[in-house]
Design a protein around this ligand. Structure first.
Ligand SMILES: [Zn+2]
Length: 129
């Protein structure tokens, strides 16, 4: 299994992008951002008036209940995408021979807790080493 941006969604607008689409994605730590959002944020960051306006309010304060409800599934999809990314990284570490004890230490949990959280989903249930 390789880690890819294929089929991923922008963590900011919820649009799907990546390889095979017209929407380029960049990302890190599980979050992805599309070119449209990069351009929008770039404009805000380089325009003092837009920065002041963006700091004055947060989008959800002016959203209707219907808009908040419509956004909720996208928030969950983004959270699930991030959880899947963490799973992919654990799989990568295991493929490199990193032990469950090392993974647990990195996460601040026991080896057993790391194994219980990630092993079943990755199919790596054979060993707790
Ligand atoms: Zn976007």
């Amino acid at each position: 299994m390789s880690i890819t941006r294929e089929g991923k969604l922008c963590s900011f607008c919820g649009n799907r992008g990546g390889p095979g689409t017209d929407l380029a994605l960049l990302g890190g730590l599980g979050a992805q951002i599309c070119q449209v959002c990069v351009d929008d944020f770039h404009e805000i960051l380089h325009d003092e008036d837009l920065q002041i306006a963006s700091r004055a309010t947060v989008p959800w304060e002016t959203m209707s209940d219907a808009e908040v409800l419509a956004t909720l599934p996208m928030i969950l999809s983004s959270a699930e995408q991030n959880a899947a990314f963490a799973q992919e990284w654990v799989h990568l570490l295991r493929a490199r021979g990193v032990s469950w004890a090392q993974i647990g230490r990195a996460l601040g949990v026991t080896r057993q807790a790391a194994w219980a959280r990630f092993a079943k989903k990755s199919g790596d249930v054979s060993a707790t080493a």
